[in-house]
Every structure is written in structure tokens, then in C-alpha cells.
Design a protein around this ligand. Structure first.
Ligand code: CP
Ligand code: NVA
Length: 310
């Protein structure tokens, strides 16, 4: 096991080399096999890890709690509404204090800056459990899922339809680090951030992948091996929900759009889904869907991330 990841924070896939990301995926695969063989190793025996939430969560909360338990460590699941942060203690002071007790901090926050502050002021690794900018643990699990289903990542075409949000940003980084061809179709005004597109294009150049940003959903899914979507209004964007539902309608994953991709296309969604909005029941419950494999792989990949960083 390499040690070059030890002590680092995992805030965005962008900061990691293909080799480092591959090490995480390879370990995730191995830990999954061990788990199925009933041989979970206590790789973080005796450690304490804080898992902090500013926003709701089902998958992230539970998969981290179980991952940490199965690694032999204890998880402290904390909601910021019950911490002194709520009463005005600074993020910097919180980061310093947490580092005196914990071996690692996992946090889901509104502003990505909060994660950077926690990491800058603390001395233990901080793992991004979703911010307004990115959702790297999700996409690492998803890359493991694509690899399992397609036996490779390089040259796989992935089409992302809908909102150019946090999940889309991490997918752009993850796909282009591994030489995948990614096409993102969003309505005008909902494209991923310009800096993210610029970085992803640079990574694609280095890895032999490609990036297409378009407003045309059919163009994006043409010849796709993977179709990916996420909710149209993320946590924090709820007030824009009805406006977004109207403008995003042409980007819905339904049977018609799925039929335009490769015959063996897999359909992915990080969940939770708004059924009938970004994805229809027939697709999410249909033969192409791998959404529950994705959810499961959060457990295995997060064990790998925790083990390598902490
Ligand atoms: N995909 C995901 O992060 O789900 P939760 O919001 O339930 O954690
Ligand atoms: N983009 C969504 C992902 C939820 C897992 C959100 O931020 O709400």
C-alpha cells in the first residue's frame, strides 16, 4: 500500500493524479471482495472519525457509519445544528478542536469554503461528503461501478444530462482523469462552472479522453456507454424547483432518450431521485439501471478513501 495519500484531505478529485485515484479504486475493489468473503479487515482499528452534516443525507450518513465500523473505528455522526457552530463558533476554531480528538473528519456542507477552512485549520484529513462545488466520494464509487459493469474506464463514453451541479463537476474531473469521453448536456444557463470545464479539458488532454459541453441531449447520449443524471434542484436550490422543472424537461432520462444510446448502456443516478422529473420510473426500475449498485459501492470506496488517507 502506498503512503503518498496519508494525511491528505479529499476535497476534490481534481487534486489527485490518475495513479492516486486508481489506487483508491483498486483498494475499493479489494475491500469489496473481502467484505463478500466475510473478511473485513480492521484497517483503522481504534480510531475515531467525525462525520458532520449541515444538510440531510441517507446514503452518505449510513455508508460512512458502516464503513468506519467495519474498519474497526468509531464514527461520531454529528449534525451542525447540535454543534456550537450553530451558535457562532468559527469553522477555523472547530477544525482546530476536532483535530485534537479525531483521526479524520468527513463533512457535508453548503459552501465548499467550509471544507477548505476545516482542512486548513485542522491537522487531520478532511473528506468531502458533498459541498455546493463537488461530491467526490459519490463519483469515486461510481467509477468503481462503471469499471465493474464495463471492465474498463478508458474510452468509455459517459453522457450527463440535466443540471451542471456538484455531481456533474466531480464526474467531469473523474471521467477526464481516466481517459473517458464525457458529454454534458444542460439547458442554457445551467452549464457546469467554466473553471471546471477548463480543468476537465486539460485532464482529458493528458489522459486521452474528451469533453463535450452542449445544450443538446440527443447529441450527448449518441453512442453513450453510460447515461448519468441527478436531481434538477439540489439541496440549497429548492426555491428554484418549479422554474427548473420547466427548463430541464428536455433533459429527462426516459425510454426514448435511452434508446438513442448504445444497446448495453447503463443508466446511473447518485440518488435520491425525483422520479418523474429527471428520470422516469420505467428507466430507474428498468434493465439498464445500476443505481443501487452505485449506492452500495459508496460503502466500499469510502473504506478505501478512509484507509488510504487516515
Ligand atoms: N448520493 C448521496 O450522497 O445520497 P445522500 O444525500 O442520501 O447521502
Ligand atoms: N446534487 C445533489 C446531490 C445529492 C446527493 C444535491 O447537492 O442535492
Amino acid at each position: 500500500m502506498s503512503t503518498n495519500l496519508k494525511g491528505r484531505s479529499f476535497l476534490t478529485i481534481k487534486d489527485f493524479t490518475q495513479e492516486e485515484l486508481k489506487e483508491i479504486i483498486d483498494l475499493g475493489e479489494r475491500l469489496k471482495l473481502d467484505h463478500y468473503a466475510g473478511k473485513d479487515e480492521k484497517l483503522l482499528n481504534g480510531k475515531s472519525i467525525g462525520v458532520i452534516f449541515e444538510k440531510p443525507s441517507t446514503r452518505t450518513r449510513i455508508s460512512f457509519a458502516v464503513a468506519i465500523f467495519e474498519l474497526g473505528a468509531q464514527a461520531l455522526i454529528l449534525d451542525t445544528s447540535n454543534m456550537q457552530l450553530k451558535r457562532g463558533e468559527t469553522v477555523a476554531d472547530t477544525g482546530k478542536v476536532l483535530s485534537r480528538y479525531l483521526h479524520g473528519v468527513v463533512a457535508r456542507v453548503y459552501s465548499h469554503k467550509t471544507l477548505e477552512e476545516l482542512s486548513d485549520h485542522g491537522t487531520v484529513p478532511v473528506i468531502n461528503a458533498l459541498s455546493d462545488f463537488s461530491h467526490p466520494c459519490q463519483i469515486m464509487g461510481d467509477l468503481l461501478t462503471v469499471k465493474e459493469k464495463k471492465n474498463k474506464l478508458e474510452k468509455i463514453k459517459i453522457a450527463y444530462l440535466g443540471d451542471g451541479n456538484n455531481v456533474c463537476h466531480s464526474l467531469l474531473f473523474g471521467a477526464t482523469k481516466f481517459g473517458m469521453n464525457i458529454a454534458v448536456a444542460t439547458p442554457k444557463g445551467y452549464e457546469p462552472k467554466k473553471d471546471v470545464i477548463k480543468d476537465a479539458k486539460q485532464f482529458a488532454k493528458e489522459s486521452g479522453g474528451s469533453v463535450l459541453i452542449t445544450n443538446n441531449a440527443e447529441k450527448a447520449v449518441n453512442d453513450a456507454d453510460v447515461i448519468y443524471t441527478d436531481v434538477w434542484a439540489s439541496m440549497g436550490d429548492e426555491t428554484q424547483h418549479s422554474k427548473r422543472v420547466k427548463v430541464m424537461k428536455p433533459y429527462q432520462i426516459n425510454d426514448s432518450i435511452v434508446s438513442k444510446a448504445k444497446k448495453d448502456v447503463i443508466v446511473m443516478h447518485c440518488l435520491p431521485a425525483h422520479r418523474g422529473e429527471e428520470i422516469t420510473d420505467s428507466v430507474i426500475d428498468g434493465i439498464h439501471s445500476v443505481v443501487f449498485d452505485q449506492a452500495e459501492n459508496r460503502l466500499h470506496i469510502q473504506k478505501a478513501i478512509l484507509t488510504l488517507l487516515i
